[in-house]
Design a protein around this ligand. Structure first.
Ligand SMILES: Cc1ncc(COP(=O)(O)O)c(C=O)c1O
Length: 363
């Protein structure tokens, strides 16, 4: 399908590269355009790039009432050759459709999603923030747009891609390991539910727990399964821990855990990392006992935003705390972060097709 270009007049568009003054932040800035495509009468139609701006929505728009909406998050990087490269967006496109299956949103061909992202970055390439460690954060999303008040799948949807020039997550390397609240009170997902999808409602449901974590001095919540037996994942990251022989363990993917593209990638990098990376069911009691016995020496989270978030300690709702190793950022976490970001930034050759140059399509 041909993409239609309805661009801002050149006098209103960025004409020079974006050189931010000070901290760019995450998710704050927008670019000049967005990609939009609609689904109705059983088909995806009318792919177009238009000025970034408000949608016109009826008050009965179904996603506003019943939350039938999904999203993705990915990044693009600028290499030393001055070109922009996306990181594994084909995997995000696959996961968008997996999320869609879970909340009854129609399949959107993955090559169309990839084409949409590339075309939008191409048009707004001057918005790439010229600053060390910066990236273009890519936010594709789909939401139900039919004006109808019944709890059933919508017959109309909009797919949109927006971009956010964002700064380096760690401005001067890792300095602090975070604390996680292990909650037995709040749960993110149950088997048979929507936990394995990036459904908007999952994140609304996490806000109350995140607030409870903040009240206890923790950065995020480490969720357990609904029976409080197994470790599942963090609000916006998968969880991992490192054994004293250097093995990295990620909880096994189930229908209550989002399949993180960062986790999948780190598993594929085990040879380059020089250690085993494997998935296991992680029982809470054993996990805590192994930390206390020094069998587990590092821990953290994997996700697109930070790549790796080192965890120095855990706190329970009764105030009990457990420190991992010496509570500081460990060598394995640093090694993973370095290799991963070197691949993203084109300093180290990663597996084929992980980084793909954004083509110059629109002169
Ligand atoms: C619930 C949840 N788990 C894990 C992740 C990490 O996934 P990824 O590595 O694909 O960003 C995210 C972020 O996308 C998330 O929202």
């Amino acid at each position: 399908m041909e993409i239609k270009y309805n661009l801002k007049p050149s006098s209103q568009r960025r004409s020079e590269p974006f050189v931010p003054e000070g901290d760019v932040g995450f998710g704050v800035h927008r670019t000049d355009h967005m990609f939009v495509m609609d689904f109705y009468d059983g088909e995806w139609r009318d792919p177009r790039i238009e000025p970034y701006g408000p949608f016109e929505l009826m008050p009965g728009t179904m996603s506003l009432h019943y939350g039938q909406a999904i999203f993705e998050g990915a990044k693009a990087f600028m290499h030393d050759d001055g070109e922009i490269y996306t990181f594994r967006i084909n995997k995000n496109a696959e996961r968008m459709n997996r999320s869609g299956e879970i909340v009854c949103i129609p399949h959107l061909p993955e090559d169309m999603q990839v084409k949409a992202i590339q075309a939008l970055i191409d048009v707004d390439r001057l918005w790439f923030p010229r600053q060390p460690g910066a990236c273009l954060y890519i936010r594709p999303f789909i939401f139900a747009t039919e004006d109808r008040l019944s709890v059933s799948p919508s017959n109309r949807y909009t797919f949109c891609v927006m971009l956010s020039p964002s700064g380096a997550y760690y401005k001067s390397g890792f300095s602090n390991a975070i604390r996680l609240l292990i909650s037995t009170k709040y749960h993110r997902a149950v088997s048979g539910g929507t936990g394995a999808s990036k459904a908007a409602g999952n994140y609304a449901a996490s806000l109350r727990a995140a607030k409870a974590a903040a009240d206890m001095g923790a950065a995020q919540v480490l969720y357990l399964d609904a029976n409080n037996q197994q470790i599942e994942e963090v609000g916006a990251m998968n969880h991992f821990h490192v054994l004293k022989d250097g093995t990295v363990i990620i909880p096994k993917f189930t229908d209550t855990i989002l399949k993180s593209i960062t986790s999948l990638s780190i598993m594929e990098l085990s040879e380059m990392l020089g250690c085993e990376v494997r998935q296991e069911t992680v029982m809470l009691d054993k996990f805590i006992a192994d930390i206390e016995a020094g069998e587990i020496v590092e821990a953290g989270g994997f996700g697109t935003a930070a790549v790796v978030s080192p965890v120095g300690s855990y706190i329970f709702e009764d105030g009990r705390t457990v420190t991992v190793g010496d509570g500081e950022v460990g060598p394995k976490v640093k090694r993973i972060y370095q290799l991963f970001t070197d691949i993203q930034n084109g300093k180290v050759q990663g597996p084929e097709d992980w980084v793909v140059q954004v083509p110059h399509l629109h002169a």
